[in-house]
Design a protein around this ligand. Structure first.
Ligand SMILES: [Zn+2]
Length: 313
């Protein structure tokens, strides 16, 4: 069997969120080296603070300051920090109950090794040198054997509160398409399209996913389909996408390749956008070095009869 493909894949986008009164106060406090919690109706102090009591659902707004020192309630050692994590050297993820709080805050604990960390150990906040009003204003926790710290005792509201944050959501992983899609991708390098036939219902799926979505059984029989096909449905794209150098309007279509029981999609070119129609016969157009057809163009054949593709809509 040929080697199964894999490739690095990064999905990343900035996520902008507003904070609301409690998170705004919490993050603004961190900027000023003050850790704030909220006091619930029955007197518990929650850090990090929340807007509603998790037990009674009552709205809570009673902000209280806690100390920058605390106790590890549980922890796990991180042998291999990843990009974007608080420290670049191995560290502990720890839940720390700050002095004056009843709940624990998750953050990094900078310690020489896992044998130096234990539940119950005393730690304190190490503040970031530059603070912007984010959880990263706490650079990490560090071991501490002094007396409990004092709250910073700020008075009144902070000037210029932080009201929103931009959090970079990022997924950075290795994608392995599996046996069936590996065969599909490898065939495309030879400008051939290969699907797989279900042994039960005999339908041919392109691209193949290694199992029939209807019958739930594994597929293995490979079937070459196309290269020609039929437009089953389509849409007209009027909005120019960022980083996509295609003049609008253009047509994006579902195309049932001859021999396939599932439509794939592609752009339709070589015909005015308002002349594209269901049943239009098309063929792929390749550009040099591309792994996929650039677009599909009309073959000039008569349109396909509706009955030949109505099951594929
Ligand atoms: Zn099937």
């Amino acid at each position: 069997m040929p080697e199964v493909l894999k490739a690095p894949l990064v999905v990343e986008f900035p996520f902008t969120r507003s904070l609301g009164p409690v998170q705004s106060a919490f993050l603004t406090g961190l900027r000023e080296r003050v850790v704030l919690g909220v006091r619930t109706g029955d007197g518990r102090v929650l850090v990090p603070p929340v807007e509603y009591d998790p037990v009674t659902a009552e709205e809570i707004r009673d902000l209280v300051e806690v100390a920058p020192t605390g106790t590890v309630t549980t922890w796990a050692w991180n042998h291999a920090p990843r990009r974007g994590q608080p420290l670049t050297t191995p560290f502990a993820w720890a839940l720390v109950r700050l002095d004056g709080a009843d709940t624990a805050l998750l953050h990094a604990l900078d310690a020489p090794g896992p044998d130096t960390v234990h539940t119950g150990m005393r730690v304190r906040v190490r503040w970031a040198a530059e603070r912007t009003g984010a959880i990263t204003d706490i650079a990490c926790f560090e071991p501490y054997d002094g007396p409990p710290g004092e709250p910073a005792r700020h008075t009144g509201a902070f000037a210029d509160p932080v009201t929103g944050i931009v959090a970079a959501a990022r997924l950075d992983y290795t994608y392995a398409p599996g046996r069936a899609q590996t065969a599909y991708i490898n065939a495309l390098t030879g400008r051939r399209t290969v699907g797989e036939r279900c042994p039960a219902c005999r339908k041919v799926y392109v691209p193949p996913r290694g199992a029939c979505p209807t019958c739930g059984v594994a597929t293995s029989e490979q079937v070459e389909v196309g290269p020609r096909g039929t437009v089953t449905t389509f849409c007209i794209v009027n909005i120019k996408a960022k980083n996509l150098d295609i003049a609008v309007p253009y047509v994006y279509a579902h195309i049932a390749l001859d021999g396939a029981d599932l439509a794939l999609h592609g752009r339709i070119g070589g015909i005015p956008y308002d002349e594209v129609r269901m049943g239009l016969r098309v063929e792929p157009v390749w550009t040099e070095g591309a792994r996929y057809p650039d677009h599909y163009r009309p073959t000039g054949e008569p349109d396909a009869d509706y009955d030949t593709y109505k099951e594929l809509l």
